[in-house]
Design a protein around this ligand. Structure first.
Ligand code: URA
Ligand code: SF4
Length: 217
């Protein structure tokens, strides 16, 4: 951990709200009353997950964005569109994957009427991790994909550069030790202004998704 300013809160986080041994439906319902960190206060609602409760592949994003916060579903905004296209190109059926986030409430800053996405702090990632661990235990995917640094931080419990680990076959740090592939967050591709960079970024993203799909046999 980086600092012990809020150590007690971090040690517990979502834990008291996570029902032991629960399936996805029960977890989703329980997450509505999570008070594991302060992010629930300003968000519209918790955004839990979508996809089959027994999916073989689990994709983990950062946190819900503006659209997701309003709709209550992960990856329904611009990043979700990039993800959907890349999955299609990698030959992965989007309907067959379980989509979730490392942090379940939208963190933002208000600027006038706009809500500007703000990266979750390590304390939020740590607080929310019990939900993700419970999801892995419930879904028991054959492979997990971390979309970006926040998901990788949660799933590996360490801070790494994406460039150092992307595309390798690693393992989640929870007791399941599930095969894990780390890649970029789809929204990082939206931020690339140069067309060639964007195309190269998209290809590398699809290649990482293919690496994960290959683990399904
Ligand atoms: N970005 C994420 O990381 N997750 C979402 O659900 C939407 C955008
Ligand atoms: Fe609970 Fe996670 Fe929401 Fe924090 S972000 S209140 S830990 S569900």
């Amino acid at each position: 951990m980086n600092g012990d300013d809020d150590g007690a809160a971090e040690d517990q986080g979502a834990q008291p709200w996570v029902p032991a041994g629960a399936g996805v439906g029960k977890l989703r319902a329980a997450a509505e009353s999570c008070r594991g960190c302060e992010l629930w206060q300003d968000a519209t609602q918790v955004v839990f997950s979508r996809g089959p409760a027994r999916a073989r592949m689990m994709l983990v994003g950062e946190q819900p964005g503006d659209r997701e916060d309003l709709e209550g579903e992960p990856f329904v905004g611009p990043a979700g569109r990039v993800l959907q296209e890349a999955l299609g190109e990698a030959g992965i059926d989007e309907e067959a994957v379980y989509l979730t986030n490392a942090v379940k409430h939208f963190r933002f800053e208000r600027r006038g009427k706009r809500r500007i996405h703000e990266k979750p702090a390590v304390s939020h990632i740590v607080a929310c991790r019990p939900w993700l661990e419970a999801e892995i235990a419930a879904v028991r995917p054959a492979v997990v994909v971390a979309l970006g640094a926040t998901a990788a931080r949660s799933l590996r419990e360490r801070t790494e550069r994406i460039g150092d680990v992307r595309g390798q076959v690693l393992e989640t740090s929870d007791p399941s030790g599930t095969p894990l592939v780390v890649t970029v967050h789809p929204s990082s591709l939206l931020r690339l202004r140069d067309a060639d960079d964007r195309e190269a970024g998209r290809r590398a993203f699809v290649a990482d998704l293919r690496t994960a799909a290959a683990l399904l046999g």
